[in-house]
Ligand binder design. Structure first.
Ligand code: ATP
Ligand code: MG
Length: 361
C-alpha cells in the first residue's frame, strides 16, 4: 500500500504538520530533535494503534496541546484517522467510520520499523523477543490476537489470586478453575508460535545469506517450557506447588524465548556489535518478508537513522535487498539529505525530500 499524505496535530513535537509522500524513497531530514523519528512513530501508530516507543498515549500529546491526531491517506481512497484526547477514549476511524473495538484495526496495515533501538531484540531480556513475535503474529492472525488478549487477562487474574493468598492455603480446585482460563489461549499461542518459528527461520536465513555472510550460520530457535505433548492443563497443574511458593504463575508461554546463535554460539553473549546489528536488520527484513507472504500486501518500511548507525558495507547490502523491486515506498530519516542520496542513488527509485524545521532553535 502507498501512503500519500500524513497530517499530524499535537503529536509529540509536531503541532501541525502535513507531508505529501511519493512512491519511491521519502527522505525525512532535519536537525537533531526536529521530529524525524516522531514522524516514523506516527506512521507506526497508523498501523498498530499505538506508539512503537511509548505505550502511554497521554505522554504523546504535545506539551501545551489538548489532544493529538494522526491522519493518513492511502491509495484507493482509504484514510485512517486516529484521535486521542486524555479525557476521552482513543478512536480509530477508517474512511470516516469508527471501529467499535480498536483491535479490529490491527492487521489492516503492516509496518516494519528498523531503528537504532532494535539491538534490544538481541541484548535485552525475553520480553523484547516476545513483543516482536506478538506484534508480527497479531498483524497476521486474528486467532493469535484474540488468544493473546485472553491469555493476558487470565494470567493477570491468576497472578492476583496467588498474590492475594500469599502465605495462606489455597483451595486447589479454585486454582484449577483459573488454570482452565489460561490453558485454552495458552495452548493456541504455543501452537501458533511454534508454527511461526519454523516458518520464520528459513526467511531469516534467506535474508541473512543474501545480505551478509553466506558462510556464517544464523539460527533462531523457539524455547518454551511446554513441549507440546500432553495437555497444557496438566503442565499448569504440575507447577502448582512452585506457583504457591512463588505467589505467581511460574510456567507458561509468558516465559517463552527465542534463542539466536551465530555458528552455534550465543549471539547475545559472544556476538560482536556489528554481528548483532546485522542480525537485527536481518530479523526485521525477514519480518517484512513474512508480512508480505501472509497479507499479500507490501508493508510500510521505516528506516530510522539507518545510515548513521551501520557501516557502508551493511548499508549497501541493505539497500541491495530493498531495491530488489519488492518495495514501492520507503521512509528514511537522516540529519543529512546527501547521505541518503549517495546511499540510494543506485536503487533507481525516485527520491523526495521532506525537510523538518526545528522550531525550538
Ligand atoms: N509530548 C511531547 N511534546 C513536545 N515535544 C515532544 C513530546 N514528545 C517528544 N517531544 C520532542 O520531540 C523531539 C524528538 O523528536 P525526534 O526523536 O523525532 O527527533 P529526531 O529528528 O529524530 O532527532 P535525532 O536526529 O536526534 O534522531 C524532542 O525534542 C522531544 O522533546
Ligand atoms: Mg531520530
Amino acid at each position: 500500500m502507498l501512503l500519500r499524505t500524513l497530517q499530524l496535530f499535537g503529536f509529540k513535537n509536531h503541532e501541525d504538520l502535513r507531508l505529501e509522500f511519493q512512491p519511491g524513497i521519502n527522505a525525512i531530514t532535519g536537525d537533531n530533535g526536529s521530529g524525524k523519528t516522531n514522524v516514523l512513530d506516527a506512521l507506526f501508530f497508523l498501523s498498530n494503534g499505538k506508539s512503537f516507543f511509548n505505550s502511554i498515549d497521554s505522554q504523546l500529546v504535545k506539551h501545551g496541546s489538548e489532544f493529538f491526531s494522526i491522519h493518513g491517506w492511502l491509495d484507493n481512497e482509504i484514510d485512517i484517522l486516529i484521535q486521542f484526547d486524555p479525557n476521552r477514549k482513543k478512536t480509530i476511524k477508517r474512511n470516516g467510520k469508527a471501529y467499535k473495538r480498536l483491535v479490529d484495526h490491527i492487521g489492516f496495515l503492516q509496518t516494519v520499523f528498523i531503528t537504532p533501538y532494535d539491538i534490544a531484540l538481541v541484548n535485552e531480556g525475553s520480553e523484547e523477543r516476545r513483543r516482536f513475535v506478538d506484534y508480527t503474529l497479531c498483524q497476521t492472525s486474528a486467532a493469535y490476537l484474540t488468544a493473546l488478549s485472553q491469555y493476558k487477562k487470565a494470567l493477570d487474574t491468576r497472578n492476583a489470586l496467588l498474590k492475594a493468598n500469599e502465605g495462606r492455603r489455597l483451595d486447589p480446585l479454585l486454582l484449577e478453575a483459573y488454570d482452565e482460563k489460561l490453558a485454552g489461549p495458552g495452548s493456541i499461542l504455543a501452537q501458533l508460535r511454534r508454527e511461526f518459528s519454523q516458518e520464520f527461520l528459513p526467511l531469516l536465513q534467506e535474508v541473512w545469506g543474501h545480505l551478509f555472510e553466506q558462510s556464517e550460520h544464523l539460527s533462531w530457535q523457539y524455547q518454551t517450557q511446554w513441549n507440546g505433548t500432553g495437555s497444557y492443563l496438566d503442565f499448569l497443574r504440575m507447577a502448582h506447588a512452585d506457583d504457591l511458593r512463588a505467589s505467581r504463575s511460574t510456567v507458561g508461554i509468558h516465559k517463552d524465548d527465542w534463542i539466536m546463535e551465530l555458528n552455534g554460539h550465543s549471539l547475545k553473549r559472544l556476538g560482536s556489535q556489528g554481528q548483532i546489528k546485522s542480525a537485527v536488520i536481518a530479523i526485521k527484513l525477514a519480518q517484512f518478508a513474512y508480512f508480505q507472504k501472509h497479507t499479500q500486501q507490501t508493508p510500510l518500511l521505516l528506516l530510522d537513522d539507518i545510515f548513521e548507525k551501520i557501516d557502508k558495507q551493511r548499508a549497501d547490502a541493505l539497500i541491495a535487498w530493498v531495491s530488489n523491486g519488492r518495495i514501492p515506498q520507503i521512509f528514511i530519516t537522516d540529519t543529512h539529505y546527501e547521505r541518503i542520496r549517495s546511499h540510494t542513488e543506485s536503487m533507481g527509485l525516485a527520491l523526495t525530500q521532506h525537510h523538518l524545521k526545528n522550531l525550538h532553535v
